[in-house]
Design a protein around this ligand. Structure first.
Ligand code: IVH
Length: 681
């Protein structure tokens, strides 16, 4: 962001033309394929060229102009409405603050740090406390009258709490919720959806004869006529007392800071809050807080010298929608996902984005090949916001919605916004039966993929409980099922019924409960009934679970209740937890549990291939063995590891253990150590 490209003179003219076009779209209601970040980079390059070639500056150049010179108006402003200079890094911000200090001959008495709201600047004139006129910023000297829109702007009261003559200045925007609502309304009326909230706010403020109304929000951050002596923080308080909405009502509330270090910290805090804010911000504004400092610093023709914007990377980027994939989730939900031409948003490459549901695709009027606005903030899943309809070439193709479930081919239930396979969870029947019968779960020999498909297709099995109700007659009636295979399968199912709780739990395929988590949960609760009775708080106590996973698990267990009831009635998962590290008495200290068995208190890692008595054990079975012997199994060597079992072809884990001077045993030595806990052959 800080690097400035060097332009040739031809490229300079092109850059000015591109930036002017983009600014016109940005400040009015068009959409431009040039993102905010790219616009800033372009303007920096233009400014650098002009500094080196001052005699070649083109009259159209956006530099030094409010709104890049893109807009004009016919209502003169009482006092010019200025813009802000930008900085892009903490260092640039520190340099700017040092520059202001030099100009003042002292450090400013204090700073105010507040969000840079991503909307449009307006001036709202009040006479005797009554709203008379609303004007856009325009070119800073004169703006457009948009009083017609005032009634739809929350936070811009018709009457102030006092009968004062004043001009409030601030930003009008669409909150994220207002944006979603606006696009719903627009598509209901057959209008093109807004590409992003800023674009929607610009279009809405200028539109006159729309057959529908769209609600906006105003945030005040400046005023003319409230007294020259008011510092910025005091001014904001006064604005709120008059009844105007200010950012003080938000998590990113303006804050007075005494030092530049505090300023930098608050900038980071506001940047960190960005994803959670209910509206978009494109930076953080830093202002000298005291009126005397502001007056002494003064203003240039474009921006005040006592304030600056620390820009944040754009959250919206334009890219191309290449494809839409339809994935069937575990519960049968059929969710569309956008495949995008990869685009970097705030340092992360985005290739996929959510499209929520089919109705959402229709609402946004998307087509394959469209240039689209993609939004990504913090940890949220990137989402496609809207197409740039003006950029269409005619080569775009409609998005084809599936007519049958992409996984099982059955019908789709389209009654709700989120489409779902008519079989619901059972859509997954084959996959989930194969998983449950796997070696690390219930280990049902003879129930592999071919047999699972056969059983599901014959209508004998739709879920795991059905497996335990299969009868000899049913199996014998199937193709390629002789007496021997039937008896073997029934015997294997009989054994599966007695598998310990951790394996029965793992077999359910609940998200986040793989083999080792299932062992920990089983050891913690001791029975399926206790697991089912646990609330999220109790589940979160399991080592490595955490509140978020616990919440999801409670929800999944609730959804699985009918299946779990049937499994319990069939005696599945009721066997005592995997034998036999002595479980501590209910009232024993947790440390007692860790100390039990030959591996009590040990953190053990296994690497390389196992030999001798351990040759037949899978990694999962090795981990189970470690835990039966009282140890804790883990997959990577760290400072906490106390023992490494290194078989043949042990590689980097062995090297790391040697480096950390961790005890290393061969598989045979280890087998001796845990002999009492080895599985019976
Ligand atoms: S102060 C003299 N404060 O950002 C005062 N501007 O890029 C100049 N903006 O024109 C403006 N949030 O449209 C100020 N908290 C804030 C702001 C803010 C958003 C906008 C405003 C300004 C533009 C400059």
């Amino acid at each position: 962001m800080t690097e400035t490209a060097l332009l040739s003179s031809g490229a300079y003219a092109d850059a000015v033309a591109t930036a002017t076009r983009a600014a016109a779209a940005y400040y009015t209601d068009g959409a431009t394929p040039l993102g905010d970040d790219e616009y800033d980079v372009l303007v920096r390059a233009i400014a650098a060229y002009e500094q080196a070639h001052p005699q070649e500056v083109l009259p159209d150049s956006p530099t030094g102009k409010v709104a890049g010179g893109a807009v004009q108006g016919d209502v003169p402003h009482s006092v010019p409405m200025l813009s802000l200079d930008n900085v892009f890094t903490a260092e640039e911000l520190a340099d700017w603050a040092a520059g202001l200090e030099r100009r003042l001959g002292r450090a400013p008495a204090g700073w105010c740090v507040e969000p840079k709201l991503d909307g449009l600047a307006v001036a709202a004139r009040y006479r005797g406390g009554r709203l008379r006129r609303v004007i856009t910023r325009g070119d800073g000297l004169a703006g457009e009258d948009i009083s017609h829109a005032a009634g739809d702007v929350l936070g811009l009261p018709e009457h102030l709490t006092e009968a004062v003559d004043v001009e409030l200045r601030g930003e009008v925007l669409l909150t994220r919720e207002q944006f979603e609502r606006a696009n719903e309304i627009r598509t209901e009326h057959g209008a093109v959806p807004f590409a992003n909230p800023r674009n929607g706010a610009a279009g809405t403020l200028r539109a006159k004869d729309r057959p529908y109304r769209i609600e906006l929000t105003f945030f005040a951050y400046d005023a003319v006529g409230l007294g020259e002596e008011l510092g910025h923080s005091a001014l904001l308080e006064r604005l709120a007392a008059l009844g105007a909405n200010t950012a003080a009502t938000t998590a990113a509330a303006p804050r007075r800071c005494e030092t530049v270090e505090q300023v930098q910290q608050r900038v980071e805090e506001i940047a960190g809050l960005r994803a959670e804010l209910p509206f978009g911000i494109d930076g953080v504004v830093i202002k000298a807080d005291d009126a005397a400092d502001q007056q002494q610093a003064g203003s240039g023709s474009r921006a005040p010298r006592w304030a600056v914007a620390r820009k944040l990377a754009a959250e919206h980027k334009v890219t191309r929608l290449l494809d839409v994939e339809w994935a069937v989730g575990r519960t049968g939900i059929i969710a569309p996902r956008a495949v995008l031409e990869p685009v970097v948003i705030d340092g992360v490459t985005v290739t996929y984005a959510t499209l929520h549901n089919p109705a959402d695709i229709e609402r946004r009027g998307l087509m394959l090949g469209d240039q689209v606005f993609v939004y990504r903030a913090g940890d949220v899943i990137p989402r496609v916001e809207a197409p740039l309809v003006d950029e269409r070439t005619g080569a775009e193709r409609p998005i084809v919605f599936p007519e049958a479930c992409p996984r099982c081919g059955d019908a789709i239930d389209t009654a709700e916004q989120r489409w779902r396979c008519a079989r619901g969870r059972n859509c997954q029947a084959v996959a989930s039966i194969i998983y449950a019968a796997g070696r690390d779960q219930l280990d049902i020999e003879g129930l592999g993929s071919t047999r699972a498909v056969q059983l599901v297709e014959a209508g004998l099995v739709a879920d795991l409980a059905d497996v335990f109700e299969l009868t000899r007659e049913q199996l014998l009636a199937l193709d390629r099922m002789g007496e021997t295979s039937t008896d073997n399968l029934l015997a294997a199912i009989g054994t599966a019924r007695t598998r310990p709780l951790n394996r029965a739990l793992c077999a359910l395929g609940i998200r986040g409960t793989g083999r080792s988590m299932s062992r920990r949960i089983a050891a913690h609760f001791g029975s399926m009934a206790a697991i089912r009775a646990a609330d999220a708080e109790a589940l979160a106590e399991v080592d490595g679970m955490g509140p978020e996973k616990a919440r999801l698990m409670v929800a999944e267990l609730a959804e699985l209740a009918p299946l779990l009831d049937r499994l319990a009635a069939l005696g599945v998962g009721t066997a005592v937890t995997e034998p036999t590290a002595p479980r501590p008495a209910a009232d024993a200290e947790p440390a007692a549990a860790a100390a039990a068995g030959p591996l009590g208190g040990q953190a053990v890692v296994v690497t390389g291939s196992m030999t001798g008595p351990l040759a037949a054990l899978s990694r999962n079975e090795m981990n189970e063995l470690i835990e039966r012997a009282g140890g804790k199994a883990s997959s990577s060597v760290s400072k906490r590891t106390t023992l490494l079992v290194a078989g043949e072809k042990a590689g980097s884990k062995r090297a790391k253990a040697e480096e950390l001077a961790i005890r290393i045993l061969t598989p045979d030595e280890f087998a001796d150590l845990v002999a009492a806990h080895l599985p019976r052959a």
